[in-house]
Write a protein that binds this ligand. Structure first.
Ligand SMILES: Cc1cc2nc3c(=O)[nH]c(=O)nc-3n(C[C@H](O)[C@H](O)[C@H](O)COP(=O)(O)O)c2cc1C
Ligand code: SF4
Length: 648
């Protein structure tokens, strides 16, 4: 992309950003146990600055000890954060990129688990996620909150930040005050919009006083909470006007949803259309003169350029796009958009790991979360070897990428006629096509690194010797397993049989979900679309259990309902005889039966490790990675592939 709007600079008060791509705020869990910023924070943000981001906005820094909703939150209220602040800001400034700190108090959207003090909120309305009744704050406590924001903002200024963003959008006490759903007060902070916005405007004044005119100040607003009785776009626009009228704010950032009620729309997965949140910046920008940031599923710079050209926003937040590829901006600026490692919007290793209290990573970028290791350098080998990778699934491809990057000569041999392994199948079902970008991303990275990819080729020990490979990385994946209870019934198949087109189930179909992820739900949808009457049965408490952590659960329910898919839980298959499937309701021991035309199994596979053992027995140097070690999900394959490729 040549000189476009997206590459033009923009002034945000005292700060000029060099382009319009913002690495907007997001939790990382990189803080220390004591809530201090870490070396990993500095390396992570610096990598995105080096990769060309116009502006970095860090994750939230808590402004008060009553706000500790998750373990590794940056405790901005502690003076000890200062050295970490300086390390972070200096690392980012080294790349001539401004860095703002998002500051926040999460209010009632938290628990007392870590702080062991009641959570604070405008009214005693329990949050739907944390289910804890908060303490309604007194006027003295409101004054304490305002003082806390001022103190943290001043500390951020001392630590070298170029600006402050107030998180007033999807998880904040300010949002709590703004929203009619959570603010039931009858004093000067409740009732009319003017009253509900009072805390926000008080905070703007306090923070501006604390930072003076030399730093930028932004406010992040929710344009639609997507909850019953919550803030909608008309009120959000009015709040934006009030914010602008203070004359103390330099930009408005936007968001959609409430983090503890409608998070699946804030960090929308591939099941939500790109551009879904654009109506928010668009409406706000029409009402104010301040620069407005639009955010939500921008996957590539062309989408960003279109949003800017069409006047929806002045800046574009690209969060997961830059988690997946730190060089998102630099590649596009250089005209190498095709080289971008496109985010899959899968939420598996970024959002998903946050939900599990682990550090932020990325399913397809093993460097994410590890930027501080080895100074971020790639070590080139002094002894290039000839590496044969067998299998072009995510593990094999990543092994090839890592080995080639280190300077080895790499060939991948794939038995199938296309690369991708199970990823290709996973991406072939309704709404999951973006998952296939993993194959596209890895294939093009292999091409750039000079990896030779041969498809339709089978490998055995004789072939390895003929090819004179120094080392073989075996990534042969997993085979479907037939469950013990299925016997030899002809109407039982694996999901892979369906996806590969080997069978075409029709009529009444039971899909057994023993994996608890997209496998069963995807095939259920595919078959429902083909006209089957589908029931998904799981021994678990919920079908597709892990869809919760990737924020896919809500939309699965909506789609399943629309397609007439029945979901039955806590049922364990016990046998299939004469067409009758016996199931035990395990909490009670009760037996139930079904007589489906087909049973489709989403059950754990078995490692396809035959080649690995054959090579080892033949005395050939071989390592194995991914599902042929133990069948798991794609992130494990990528991480293991990376490790094996580096270790060559
Ligand atoms: C793992 C993760 C954590 C997030 N945490 C925050 C946060 O602390 N504050 C905030 O304002 N937004 C947060 N967000 C929301 C992002 O700023 C952004 O609105 C969202 O990811 C959509 O943008 P994207 O599609 O470019 O990823 C988070 C997003 C992700 C992926
Ligand atoms: S884990 Fe998935 S959604 Fe998250 S940044 Fe990586 S590719 Fe994108």
């Amino acid at each position: 992309m040549s000189e476009r709007l997206v590459w033009s600079p923009l002034r945000l008060g005292p700060v000029v950003v060099r382009n319009r791509i913002v690495f907007s705020a997001h939790l990382t869990n990189y803080a220390t146990q004591d809530g201090l910023p870490s070396e990993q924070h500095a390396a992570y943000y610096a990598a995105r600055a080096a990769g060309g981001a116009g502006l970095i906005i860090t994750e939230e820094h808590s402004t008060h000890p009553t706000d500790w909703p998750y373990e590794k939150l940056i405790h901005g209220f502690k003076p000890e954060v200062l050295p970490g602040y300086r390390q972070m800001t200096e690392a980012v400034h080294a790349h001539r990129t401004p860095i703002f700190a998002q500051i926040n108090h999460n209010g009632g959207q938290a628990s007392s688990m870590f702080s062991r003090t009641p959570v604070w909120a405008p009214s005693p309305v329990a949050d739907p996620l944390f289910r804890e009744v908060p303490k309604a704050v007194s006027h003295a406590e409101i004054a304490e909150i305002i003082e806390g924001y001022g103190a943290v903002a001043a500390r951020c200024a001392e630590g070298g930040f170029d600006g402050i963003e107030l998180q007033c959008s999807h998880s904040s006490i300010v949002r709590g005050f703004l929203s009619p759903a959570t603010n039931h007060r009858t004093d000067g902070y409740g009732g009319s919009l003017e009253n509900r916005a009072r805390l926000l405007l008080d905070l703007v004044g306090a923070v501006r006083t604390a930072i003076g005119p030399g730093l930028a100040l932004g406010v992040r607003l929710c344009g639609d909470e997507l909850i019953e009785g919550g803030t909608t776009i008309d009120e959000a626009v009015d709040v934006a006007r009030m914010v602008e009228a203070t004359g103390q704010v330099d930009y408005i950032n936007t968001s959609i949803g409430v983090a503890t009620a409608s998070l699946f729309m804030i960090e929308a997965s591939m099941h939500v259309a790109p551009g879904y949140a654009m109506f928010i910046p668009s409406a706000i920008r029409k009402a104010v003169d301040l620069p407005v940031v639009g955010v939500g599923r921008f996957k590539d710079p062309l989408q960003a350029e279109r949003a800017l050209e069409e006047g929806h926003c002045d800046l574009v937040g690209v969060v997961r796009g830059q988690i997946a590829d730190a060089d998102f901006v630099a590649k596009a600026r250089a005209g190498h958009t095709d080289d971008t490692r496109l985010c899959l919007s899968c939420n598996q290793e970024c959002v998903g790991r946050m939900g599990l209290n682990r550090w932020l990573g990325c399913i397809e970028n093993p460097r994410t979360g590890r930027e501080s290791e080895h100074g971020g350098e790639v070590r080139l080998t002094s002894k290039p070897r000839s590496v044969l990778v067998v299998g072009a699934g995510p593990a094999g491809m990543q092994a090839a990428i890592a080995a080639a990057r280190s300077g080895h000569r790499v060939t991948i041999c794939e038995r199938d006629h296309q690369p991708g392994g199970q990823i290709r199948l996973a991406a072939s079902v309704p709404n999951r096509a973006e998952f296939g970008d993993l194959v596209r991303n890895q294939t093009s990275e292999c091409r750039r690194l000079g990896v030779s990819l041969e498809t339709g080729v089978s490998i055995d020990a004789i072939e390895v010797r003929r090819r004179r490979a120094d080392v073989v990385i075996v990534a042969t994946g997993a085979d479907p397993a037939r469950p013990w209870w299925a016997g030899d019934a002809a109407n039982v198949c694996d999901i892979r049989d369906v996806l590969e087109g080997a069978v075409s189930p029709s009529g009444d179909v039971v899909v057994i979900d023993e994996i608890g992820f997209h496998h069963a739900t995807s095939v259920a949808e595919l078959l429902a679309d083909r006209g089957c009457q589908v029931e998904v049965i799981t021994p678990g408490m919920v079908v597709g259990q892990d869809l919760g952590i990737t924020l896919d659960m809500e939309n699965w329910w909506i789609r399943a309902d629309a397609k007439g898919i029945v979901q039955s839980t806590e049922l364990v298959p016990m046998g299939l005889e004469d067409g009758t499937l016996s199931l035990q309701h395990h909490p009670t021991g009760t037996m139930v039966e079904r007589r489906p035309d087909w049973v489709v199994c989403a059950v754990p596979g078995t490692p396809a490790d035959g080649l690995y053992h054959e090579l080892r027995a033949a005395g050939i140097e071989a390592v194995r990675v991914g599902d042929c070690v133990a069948p798991r999900r794609a992130h494990a394959a990528v991480v293991e592939g990376e490790r094996a490729g580096i270790a060559v």
